[in-house]
Design a protein around this ligand. Structure first.
Ligand SMILES: Cc1cc2nc3c(=O)[nH]c(=O)nc-3n(C[C@H](O)[C@H](O)[C@H](O)COP(=O)(O)OP(=O)(O)OC[C@H]3O[C@@H](n4cnc5c(N)ncnc54)[C@H](O)[C@@H]3O)c2cc1C
Length: 425
């Protein structure tokens, strides 16, 4: 069988009805090799799959992913503001399959930690020596009273990229000039700490350039947020008439959602919008709870050297789902964790100990298409979690000529190209 045929079989076999056969009766060589099952083919899981295969080609890796096309969240705020097409966010898994990873395009629905098996929605059961869960986030429906799945069809969260992103974009496009856009930002922790503020900025850019009598109001459950001074300074300069931020202490904490009235209630009053975007409270992807690796916070405590769950042996948790101390929930961090975990797993599978290492994160945000800012950090394992390496990292200079902001916007674009090529290309 040619390698193309083999790849096709790997890609298609599992999703097809008779898939169980191709999976369970794996070639003899695969049966002898250690089995790693990864649930979630996003920034963390897909990085891990590729890196582990390269680090130890004898490991038999199955990547379980619900969707055949991955839609990336970074830069999805630019899609909402009409600056970019959704297609620019979308990636497939052919290259990963070509490197010898088996893809199962299904949802993992159950984990038997005793038998070390994962069950997929179609009924196939996968045995593992090590299981890695990288499911990203799920929304905590109804944690904000009035905000459930049905509400999200009218008041999008757009915090998972795809149809929700396009729904918010279409609502903005349909809004009359003079309208009010409201964004509610959640308390920590949540996916992409600077994300709500980048979104507000790019929506303000859209309004200023396309619907100048309109404005965007951010109702925030916090008094402080990532890159705050940089954002606030840029807003004063670029969007004094188009963007308003209401902090927790100014009454920004949203306590309930009235979908029919497009109104967000706070302790201090009610805000009616023409377009409303609720970024709701979140938790680790559901499969983490199913596997018993999420604690009462909804997120997953892990060992910072191996990413092994502190609650279940032989299960590792990566990316947004994990509790990673000072490390933010970002694609950059998920990618770094995928690589570190791959090398740790390669060691563990050969019976050796994994060594400590440091991880880097950089989060770029666009305040306008040609105005970028960033925050960077370096983290090391400490006291069972990740701590900042003192003296490392930092944010963009508070005062800088406009060329620096333009350069950072270019760097942000380059970063997206680099990371998505590394993970999917
Ligand atoms: C608006 C916005 C802007 C952002 N901008 C940036 C940015 O500029 N820079 C940055 O670094 N980060 C950014 N992020 C954050 C980034 O998107 C996430 O931190 C990153 O996607 C986390 O990677 P992950 O692998 O943990 O989860 P994901 O990338 O979400 O991948 C999880 C995958 O798991 C799959 N999955 C879940 N459960 C199952 C199951 N049971 N069975 C099978 N498959 C399953 C899902 O389909 C998904 O493909 C942004 C986020 C948002 C919302």
């Amino acid at each position: 069988m040619g390698s193309m045929d083999m790849n096709r079989r790997k890609l298609l076999g599992i999703a097809a009805a008779g898939a169980a056969a191709s999976l369970i009766h794996a070639p003899a060589v695969a049966q002898a090799s250690p089995r790693v099952v990864i649930v979630g083919g996003g920034f963390a899981g897909a990085t891990l799959a590729r890196t582990l295969k390269k680090a130890d080609p004898r490991v038999s890796i199955t990547l379980v992913e619900s969707s055949r096309t991955f839609t990336a969240c970074p830069f999805s705020n630019a899609v909402i503001a009409g600056l970019r097409d959704l297609e620019a966010q979308q990636f497939g898994y052919d290259k990963i399959v070509g490197e010898g990873v088996t893809l199962a395009f299904e949802t993992a629905t159950a984990v038997d930690v005793g038998a070390r098996t994962v069950t997929l929605a179609g009924g196939v059961t996968l045995a593992y020596d090590r299981l890695v869960l990288a499911p990203g986030i799920d929304i905590r429906w109804n944690a904000l009273p009035g905000y459930d799945q049905a509400a999200a069809r009218q008041i999008p969260h757009a915090w998972k990229a795809g149809e929700q992103t396009m729904l918010l974009r279409r609502q903005l496009e349909a809004m009359e000039d003079g309208g009010v856009v409201i964004i509610s930002a959640p308390a920590n922790p949540f996916r992409c700490p600077p994300g709500p503020y980048e979104r507000a900025s790019l929506i303000a850019y859209y309004l200023k350039t396309r619907k100048p009598r309109s404005k965007v109001i951010v109702l925030d459950a916090k008094d402080q947020f990532s890159k705050q001074k940089l954002f606030v300074n840029a807003w004063k300069e670029l969007y004094p008439d188009h963007l308003e931020w209401v902090s927790l202490s100014q009454g920004g904490n949203v306590t309930s959602v009235d979908v029919a009235a497009k109104t967000l209630h706070t302790d201090f009053g009610a805000h009616k919008g023409d377009v409303v975007n609720v970024i709701p409270p979140q938790r680790a992807g559901h499969v983490a709870e199913v596997a018993g690796v999420a604690d009462r916070s909804g997120w997953c405590p892990i060992d910072p050297v191996t990413f092994e769950s502190k609650l279940q042996p032989n299960i590792h948790v990566l990316g947004d789902a994990a509790i990673a101390g000072g490390m933010p929930k970002s694609a950059f961090a998920a990618n770094a964790q995928g690589k570190v975990c791959a090398f740790a797993l390669a060691k563990l599978l050969e019976g050796a100990a994994a060594g400590e290492t440091k991880l880097i994160n950089t989060c770029y945000s666009l305040v306008a298409p040609d105005y970028g800012i960033s925050v960077a950090g370096v983290y090391r394992p400490a006291n069972g979690t990740f701590a900042d390496v003192e003296g490392s990292g930092g944010v963009s200079p508070l005062k800088a000529p406009r060329e620096i902001r333009t350069l950072e916007a270019d760097l942000a674009n380059d970063w997206f190209g680099t990371i998505t090529t590394e993970v999917f290309g």
